[in-house]
Structures are given as structure tokens and as C-alpha cells.
Design a protein around this ligand. Structure first.
Ligand code: ACO
Length: 315
């Protein structure tokens, strides 16, 4: 069961107009094609672990517990502080958690769904009682700020949820479904970076191909989740989709026959924060009272790999 959600966004906001003063773009182009109006950008020296820690503290506070009560941290990120150790271990130390285990998971924009699945399965197996699941990114550091086709799409941020074992199973994660297809490895990738290539790199993307897959895969994976639980679109109270582009979100909502009033949207203010978009959206919708106890919430994402997946939660 999700017992607390927390969010953190860096202070600095960069509007489309500000970008248009630096590169050949316009507010009109960006907002018409993507729905994005602004994004938050981390300050110099502000790292993924800093964002993750701030979001985690808020989630723990909402859940009424602290680092000592957590026995597993799963942090989804494609922008870790260092190649190793896992950024999750830095968060673990800062929270004063000395037992259990902390590790990172990498599925780019689908990372939070993957992390939630890992934590949920460990809880189901009795390997953990209370998990902290985080999505945190500073994509601004892996963007080619000369490439107008990609740099306008992303932002920085972090979100976190506390997941607890429950008796009975009426509330909580009903199911998670994970998918990947490595044949699309080169459609969305960083051309270098820490690791076996030994070079620094930037995000590269075949935008139209990503778009085509996203509009099919995200709705499809929610259908799989509903089917597995004997439920239908009409049972859903909320769809919390990965926030890449408003057109992808609207298309997914249409395929699932959901009015936009049932779809949580943050992309206009936060852009695409990769693994952080879903927990950021959850935190916002829980804080303002839209998502409430007992409701049925579907989350879905698609990202580099390609990876995609869904989680169905009785809140
Ligand atoms: N400002 C102004 N013009 C631009 C910009 C910009 N920022 N970027 C590209 N253009 C121009 C191109 O140069 C091109 O000009 P040309 O016709 O003179 O050659 C024109 O706009 C059209 O470019 P396309 O790339 O064909 O534009 P498209 O309609 O495909 O939209 C977009 C691009 C918004 C990236 C779209 O493909 C998309 O949303 N794809 C999904 C990608 C995504 O969201 N990725 C996020 C990561 S993956 C995920 O999270 C699911």
C-alpha cells in the first residue's frame, strides 16, 4: 500500500521564451507540439541524490516514518551521481538507514514502474516490509543544448513513494507489468556516458518513432493490467501516465476511453523528467486531494530501450 508521496523540483524555472532567446525555437512550436510551457532545471552542483533526498524526506513525512523504518530503497534514474556506487546508497546514508538494502534501477522513463515492481515483489516475497521507491533525474546534464529537437522536451525533478506491506490485499499494488524490446536500443539513447564506451555523451532521439511506440504501448500496458485483474477502463478513477508530451498523454487517454478530467497532467509545468514524472504527478494529485483512498489508479510509462509497463493500484 502507498502510504506517502513526496516531490521535489529545483527552484529555477526555464520558460519556453527563455529557451527561444538561446536557440532557434519558439513558445508556439514547443507548446503546440508538446504541451510544455516550462521546466525546472537543477542548480550548479545540485545532483540527482539531492533531488531524491528532498523528495524522499517529504514522502517519509507523509507516511509518518523515517529512514530507520525503511528496509529497501529502489531508486530509478538514468542520471546517477556517479557510475557507481548506486545513488540510492547515498540517499540511504543521508536518511540514516543502516539496515536493509539500497540499489538503483535503470529503465529510463519507465524506471519508476520498474522500481515499483521490484519493491512490490520484494514485499510480496517477505524480503521487505517498507520500501522507499524513488524516481530522480537531472536530464539537463545529458542534453545537447544545441539540439532544439530534444533539449526543449526535458526537465529535472524527483518524486518518491513509501510502499508498505498490508494484510488482506484489498488496497495496494494490484499488479505490475514490465516490457522491453532491445531492437529499439538506438531510437532513444545517450551516445556515450560513463560505462563501457568511456566517452561523455548526449541524449539522441528518433522523435517520430518514439511517439509512434508511446501512443500504442502505454495504453496497451494498461489494458494488460486491467485484463489481469478482471477490470475495465470504466473502473479507473485516475490515469497517471508518464509525462513526455501532452499529445501522447491525450492519445493514451482516448484509447482507454478516459476523459481528460481523469488524467493527471504535469508536463505543461515540469516537461519530461524521465523516471520522476509519475511520482511527481502522484505527489501533486495526492496533495491536492484528487487521488483518494479506495480509488483505482493506473500508471503507465514508455522510454528508452524501448521499455514500457504499467502498475495498477488500489489507493
Ligand atoms: N523548435 C522549432 N522547430 C523545431 C524544434 C523546436 N524545438 N524541434 C524541431 N523543429 C523543427 C524540425 O527541424 C523540423 O523542421 P523542418 O520541417 O524544417 O525540417 C520541424 O520542426 C518538424 O520536426 P519533427 O521532428 O518532424 O517534428 P515532430 O512533429 O515529429 O515533433 C517531437 C517532434 C515533438 C519531438 C515529436 O516527435 C515527439 O513528441 N516525439 C516523442 C518524443 C518524446 O516525447 N520523447 C521523450 C523521451 S521518450 C518518452 O519519454 C516516451
Amino acid at each position: 500500500m502507498v502510504t506517502g508521496c513526496g516531490a521535489y523540483l529545483p527552484e529555477r524555472i526555464v520558460t519556453n521564451d527563455e529557451l527561444a532567446r538561446r536557440i532557434d525555437t519558439s513558445d508556439e512550436w514547443i507548446s503546440k507540439r508538446t504541451g510544455i510551457r516550462q521546466r525546472h532545471i537543477a542548480a550548479d552542483g545540485e545532483l540527482t541524490s539531492d533531488l531524491a533526498l528532498a523528495a524522499s524526506r517529504r514522502a517519509l513525512e507523509k507516511a509518518g516514518c523515517d529512514g530507520g523504518d525503511i528496509d529497501i530503497i529502489v531508486l530509478a534514474t538514468a542520471t546517477p551521481d556517479n557510475t557507481f556506487p548506486a545513488t540510492a546508497t547515498k540517499v540511504q546514508a543521508a536518511l540514516g538507514m543502516t539496515g536493509g538494502a539500497a540499489f538503483d534501477i535503470q529503465a529510463v522513463c519507465t524506471g519508476f514502474i520498474y522500481a515499483l515492481a521490484m519493491a512490490d515483489n520484494m514485499i510480496r516475497l517477505g524480503q521487505a516490509n517498507r520500501a522507499l521507491v524513488i524516481g530522480a533525474e537531472v536530464f539537463s546534464r545529458i542534453l545537447d543544448w544545441e539540439d532544439r529537437g530534444t533539449c526543449v522536451l526535458f526537465g529535472d525533478g524527483a518524486g518518491a513513494v513509501v510502499l508498505e506491506a498490508t494484510e488482506g490485499g484489498e488496497r495496494g499494488i494490484l499488479s505490475t507489468h514490465l516490457f522491453s524490446d532491445g531492437r529499439n536500443y538506438n531510437s532513444l539513447f545517450v551516445d556515450g556516458g560513463p560505462g563501457s564506451t568511456g566517452t561523455a555523451g548526449y541524449l539522441r532521439m528518433a522523435g517520430k518513432e518514439v511517439y509512434r511506440h508511446a501512443v500504442v504501448r502505454m495504453a496497451e500496458s494498461v489494458d494488460r493490467a486491467l485484463e489481469a485483474n478482471g477490470l475495465s477502463h470504466h473502473d479507473l478513477d485516475w490515469l497517471v501516465p508518464h509525462q513526455a508530451n501532452l499529445r501522447i498523454i491525450e492519445s493514451t487517454g482516448r484509447k482507454l476511453e478516459l476523459p481528460m478530467e481523469k488524467v493527471i497532467v504535469t508536463v505543461d509545468r515540469q516537461a519530461n523528467t524521465s523516471a520522476a514524472t509519475i511520482p511527481l504527478a502522484l505527489a501533486e494529485a495526492c496533495d491536492d486531494g484528487r487521488i483518494a483512498k479506495g480509488q483505482l489508479v493506473a500508471m503507465t510509462a514508455m522510454g528508452g530501450g524501448f521499455t514500457w509497463g504499467s502498475a495498477l493500484v488500489r489507493w
